[in-house]
Write a protein that binds this ligand. Structure first.
Ligand code: UDP
Length: 242
């Protein structure tokens, strides 16, 4: 069941159920894509109809942020919990490795996807990282062609939002992949270029605070995030969800 949070749809699944759905999409003909919206996405989508359409057109949408879980609670439509995109991707990579599946990495600064490929090959023996490309290209066509000839089943797209969602929606079908996941800065984490918050912080729902300590410039982006909770509160008072 998809839950509407201020206009953006979220699949109300546990991390395991989300991974099962991901695997099912990987073995279903045609192209599919998954999105990982956080409160920042919800605020941006309010102002960008194309971004909203790309989010709501996804085959799978997971709440990648504690703020989304709180907003759902305020709206009276609680979600089963947070499903970080990076955890979802890691689970799929582990399962894909068991069947010697193929993944292509697209995004991040030059060199980073390559580094991530190396780390993922070590972490998931059996996994075929069939190609990678940085996220700072001008033309789509050569990149699509490169992905297509590498024949991945899974495509990890880390171009930042909303670029990655718009890119997947527009170009995904031409890549020949079965499933693409919009993953923000996850390739940087896989490469070891940036670090995720320790599990203790993650469990407390404070991954955002850890990130803020590490990357203080994010305050400019984060300062607006409590607005999502405020909008949810107003929507609840009005008896609606938008
Ligand atoms: N990025 C990219 N191409 C661009 C803009 C950004 O590949 O044109 C990458 C950037 O290098 C980073 C990721 O997209 O790896 C976005 O990271 P950010 O931390 O902003 O995203 P978040 O995780 O917050 O969604």
């Amino acid at each position: 069941m998809r839950i509407d949070i201020l206009g953006v749809g979220f699949d109300n699944l546990t991390p395991e159920q989300m991974a099962d759905m991901g695997m099912a999409l990987l073995s279903t003909e045609g192209f599919h894509y998954a999105v990982t919206p956080n409160p920042e996405f919800i605020l941006a989508a309010k102002k960008q109809p194309e971004f909203l359409a790309a989010l709501n057109g996804a085959d799978l949408s997971m709440p990648d942020g504690i703020g989304v879980v709180y907003a759902a609670r305020i709206l009276g439509r609680p979600l089963k919990g947070r499903v970080p995109g990076i955890d979802f991707a890691s689970t799929l990579l582990a399962r894909l490795a068991q069947q010697e599946g193929r993944v292509f990495l697209l995004g991040s600064k030059p060199g980073v996807a390559e580094q991530a490929a190396e780390k993922l090959r070590q972490a998931y023996p059996g996994l075929v990282v069939c190609g990678n490309h940085d996220g700072y290209f001008q033309e789509d066509a050569p990149v699509i062609e490169e992905i297509q000839s590498a024949q991945p089943e899974l495509l990890l797209v880390g171009l930042g939002a909303p670029k990655q969602e718009l890119w997947m929606r527009k170009n995904g079908p031409a890549t020949g992949a079965r499933l693409a996941i919009g993953l923000g800065g996850a390739l940087d984490v896989f490469a070891g270029v940036t670090e995720r918050a320790p599990v203790f912080w993650q469990k407390l729902g404070l991954e955002w605070l850890y990130r803020l300590f590490r990357e203080p410039w994010r305050i400019k982006r984060m300062i607006k995030l409590p607005l999502v909770l405020w909008y949810a509160f107003i929507a609840r008072l009005r008896g609606g969800g938008r």
